[in-house]
Design a protein around this ligand. Structure first.
Ligand SMILES: Nc1ncnc2c1ncn2[C@@H]1O[C@H](COP(=O)(O)OP(=O)(O)OP(=O)(O)O)[C@@H](O)[C@H]1O
Ligand SMILES: [Mg+2]
Length: 325
């Protein structure tokens, strides 16, 4: 039986991460939409890269940028650009807008930034921390913040920066801020890292490494792993399991009433079976290597866009335990 998991909607911060193209943005968007539909006030924060979340949730929606915008009732989306976050941070520190513009446009400052590793990560996470502190009438403005984090590799560096900065800087506001961010990220009651994997060789291996390193190097909580785009059983209920073999056995000259030749249908059926078997094998490998309950999400031809389909897609993620493979 799967261990009891804290319901995902009881967290403050869910950081969705994984290798490039595994479905991080889809999963983050799905989770955020589902939470908003359950009445939570939700923020989805897309970090770096091209802004995609508004298109996934409300196709045709214009970019929301750093200012953010409400996409559907209860769900605000923002795209965090580190330069804008830095300008905002400096504004809070220096309190004079003109001075901030001056600093940001200064060539020496730009060179300093290029030479300073980790400022993007720290400032981005600082922005997330700041958003998590925002209150309206004594209640958190955002009950749940979902972060669509950069791809793994970058993803873990991203989370490790507060610790590194906190250790490297002995005093001053930067150390204080790094400490606050680290405190939020490492609080298992509040923050969850949600890895998204594909049931294929490389992503499976990288996910196991991610889970291991997230635990040993950073100490952030991971209580489940999402395995996305898993091919469903090859044939619908009622269709014989050996459909591909049976199709292979039919003489190719047999006419199937306008359908492709039996050998073509046999190849399609064999492909579906092979895909399902390959995915099923790697699901088991991920389960073993990650030692966590898995949430299996199906392959959906054409992807998943729009609030309704995304909310349905998120249902297994919201369920308390892992789903059987
Ligand atoms: N379960 C699924 N079934 C079918 N297509 C999917 C599924 N999940 C995601 N996709 C599609 O796969 C593509 C990549 O998904 P997505 O953009 O969510 O991945 P990502 O991990 O955020 O990628 P990147 O690393 O580039 O940011 C998209 O076209 C998306 O619609
Ligand atoms: Mg993405």
């Amino acid at each position: 039986m799967a261990p009891e998991l804290t319901p995902i909607l009881d967290r403050r911060l869910v950081i969705v991460t994984g290798k490039g193209g595994t479905g991080k943005t889809t999963v983050a968007a799905a989770l955020a939409v589902a939470a908003a539909r359950q009445g939570r006030s939700v923020l989805i924060a897309e970090v770096g890269g091209q802004e995609q979340v508004p298109q996934f949730i409300s196709p045709g929606h214009p970019p929301v940028g750093y200012a953010g915008s409400e996409l559907i009732p209860g769900l605000t989306s923002i795209h965090i650009d580190p330069h804008e976050a830095l300008a905002e941070y400096l504004g809070l520190q220096l309190r004079v807008r003109g001075l901030v513009d001056l600093v940001m446009r200064n060539k020496g400052f730009a060179q300093l930034l290029n030479a300073a590793p980790g400022w993007r990560e720290l400032i981005t996470l600082g922005k997330v921390w700041h958003l998590a502190q925002m209150q309206d009438a004594g209640r958190p403005r955002y009950e749940l913040i979902v972060v669509d984090a950069p791809a793994t590799g970058h993803g873990l560096t991203f989370l490790d920066v507060p610790r590194v900065v906190g250790n490297a800087v002995r005093a001053g506001p930067l150390r204080g801020h790094a400490h606050l961010v680290e405190e939020l990220i490492l609080d298992p009651e509040q923050t969850l890292l949600l890895p998204v994997a594909l049931a294929e060789e490389l992503p499976a291996r990288e996910t196991a490494e991610l889970v291991q390193r997230a635990q040993s190097d950073i100490g952030i909580a991971i209580d489940r792993v999402v395995v996305n785009a898993v091919a469903p059983p090859p044939f619908p209920p009622g269709v014989p399991d050996d459909l591909d073999t049976r199709l292979h056995a039919i003489d190719d000259a047999v006419a199937l009433g306008g359908l492709p030749r039996p050998s073509v249908l046999a190849t399609c059926a064999s492909y579906l079976r092979a895909r399902h078997q390959l995915n099923a094998g790697y699901v088991e490998q991920i389960r073993r290597d990650c030692d966590r309950p898995l949430v299996i999400l199906p392959y959906c031809p054409g992807g998943i866009t729009g609030a309704g389909p995304l909310a349905d897609f998120a249902e297994p993620i919201l369920a308390a335990g892992g789903l059987p493979a």
